[in-house]
Every structure is written in C-alpha cells, then in structure tokens.
Ligand binder design. Structure first.
Ligand code: NAP
Length: 251
C-alpha cells in the first residue's frame, strides 16, 4: 500500500521509522522544505509544496496513494486544510496524527493567548528578557514590542527582516533536556518564555521554566480538523494503517 505522510514533525519521523521495515507499506514522506538540512528520513521522501489542494489531489491520484496521513505540526493550518480537500477530491482515506496539547501542571504560571500578536502584547509595557521558542517564521509580530530583549531559538537562522531590534539568536535543533533548558534560562537571565502549545511528550522548556518560577505566555492551539479520524501517536497511526491494509485485502 502506498502511503503519503505529510511531515515536518517528530511524530512523522517516528511513524516513518516504524514503517521503514514493514513490507506491507510503501510510504513516502513529504516535507515543506522550510529547514535547510533536515535530518534524513529513513524512508523515501520529497520536498516542497504541491500547489494547493488541487495540486495535492493530483499528486495523490498520479501516484495512486491508498492512504494519506497528515502528521504536520498542529499550527500548520494551510497544509492540513489542503489535505482534507485533496483527500475528498481524490477519494483517498485521510488520518490526522496530532500530538495532544500541553496542559498546565499545578504551579505553572501560564498566560494563554490566542495568537502571536496577543503573545507580543502579553509581554507587557516593561522591558523584559524574553525567550522566544516559536520557530523562525513567526517573529514579525514581536517587532510591535521592540522594548524587550529577545532570545530566539530556531534550527536555521531567521530572516533579519522579521527580527525585533534587540535580540540574540541561537541556532539549535531539539530535543533539549530539562537540565540544558534550565542552564540556558539561568545563564541568559530569562524572565518570561513564549511558546506555541505544540504539545507532545517533550516539555523540557516548560519544566525548566516551572523549576525557575519563570512565567510562560502560551499560544493556544488552533481548532483541530473539523472531521475525520484523529490519532495522537505513532501507534494509533500504525493501527489505523493495519486496519486499512486488512480491509483492502478483504481479511
Ligand atoms: P502551512 O502554513 O500549513 O503550509 C503552507 C504551505 O506549505 C502549504 O500550503 C504547502 O504548499 C506547503 N507545505 C506545508 N507542509 C508541507 C508538507 N509537509 N509537504 C509539502 N508541502 C507542505 O505550513 P507551515 O506552518 O509553514 O509549516 C511548514 C512545515 O513545517 C509543515 O510541514 C509543518 O509540519 C512544519 N512545522 C510547522 C510549525 C509551525 O509552527 N507552523 C512548527 C514545526 C514544524 P502547497 O500549497 O504549495 O502544497
């Protein structure tokens, strides 16, 4: 069975690793091409957009995919909307694989906001030392609060046109340990952390912030897909694929 996996996340990579040795499936991982040197996937992969929902539907039909898994980041709304439309046009079953959101633990000091602009506003009128962990594509709204000092972490260097005036850049690829996060927050004298509610098992930066009593501005998740099956981990996706495979063979 040919499977198209829309990736760009750790979950997509974990699924790719699990499918690599499974002879029932011929998976293809699709990446947007945002990261210059992505970690090489263990299965065949491609890079770059499809040209909207119609382009993705044509790609599904041309390569005769039997199923598609949308394992993109929960904040990547456009590609997920395209995937739903394309699956409907091409008549291909679609599964959404999305990690569960983080939930504040007792004692954690979160201000939950609805978007990036609200996050910039929530930093307040007084100058603070801010750790921005939102990736390099979404920095522009923080130029509206130029009086803060920003520590920005991203895999590739951000476009200088998007940067707030007072900032330091760290280029690093996760996962990060809680000890490392704690050391970074302390050495940079960080007073507040900004994060998207990406969710999942890795919450080292949040645990480190809690340990140092550093407040967090948490950007809430956009609404989940309107319809269709959703799983929250690799094993759920493997079970869905197994059922689909058996159904196609009439088992
Ligand atoms: P987006 O706004 O939802 O998508 C913009 C366009 O990028 C899509 O319309 C599509 O182009 C192309 N695209 C996105 N994901 C693709 C994929 N896996 N394969 C092929 N084309 C893809 O996406 P985004 O928020 O910029 O995120 C881009 C990628 O980075 C996603 O794959 C996502 O999983 C990953 N990522 C995003 C975030 C985040 O915070 N947004 C964080 C970590 C990782 P066409 O319309 O031309 O097909």
């Amino acid at each position: 069975m040919s499977i198209l996996i829309l990736g760009g996340t750790g979950e997509a990579m974990a699924l790719a690793r699990a499918l690599a040795p499974d002879s029932r499936f011929a998976p293809l991982l699709s990446l947007a091409g945002r990261t210059k040197n992505p970690a090489p996937p263990p299965i065949p992969w491609r890079c770059g957009g499809f040209g909207g929902a119609a382009g993705l539907a044509a790609f599904l039909a041309t390569h005769q995919f039997a199923a598609m898994i949308d394992a993109t980041h929960p904040f990547a709304l456009q590609i997920s909307a395209n995937a739903r439309k394309a699956a409907a046009i091409a008549g291909v079953p679609l599964l959404t694989l999305t990690r569960p959101p983080w939930i504040a633990k007792p004692g954690e000091r979160w201000t939950i906001v609805r978007d990036l602009a609200a996050a910039a506003q929530a930093l307040g009128p007084k100058r603070r030392r801010v750790f921005l962990t939102i990736g390099r594509q979404d920095l522009l709204p923080f130029r509206a609060a130029p009086w803060h000092h920003y520590l920005i972490r991203s895999v590739d260097p951000p476009d200088p046109a998007f940067l707030p005036p007072d900032c330091d850049i760290i280029s690093a690829r996760g996962p990060f340990s809680e000890d490392d996060e704690r050391a970074l927050l302390a050495s940079r004298a960080i007073e507040i952390l900004v994060s998207k509610n990406s969710g999942g098992a890795m919450r080292a930066k949040l645990d480190a912030a809690q340990a140092l009593a550093i407040p967090v501005v948490m950007i809430a998740r956009p609404p989940p897909p309107a319809s269709g099956p959703v799983v929250t981990d690799r094993d759920g996706a493997l079970a869905w694929l197994g059922r689909l495979h058996d159904a196609k063979r009439g088992v």
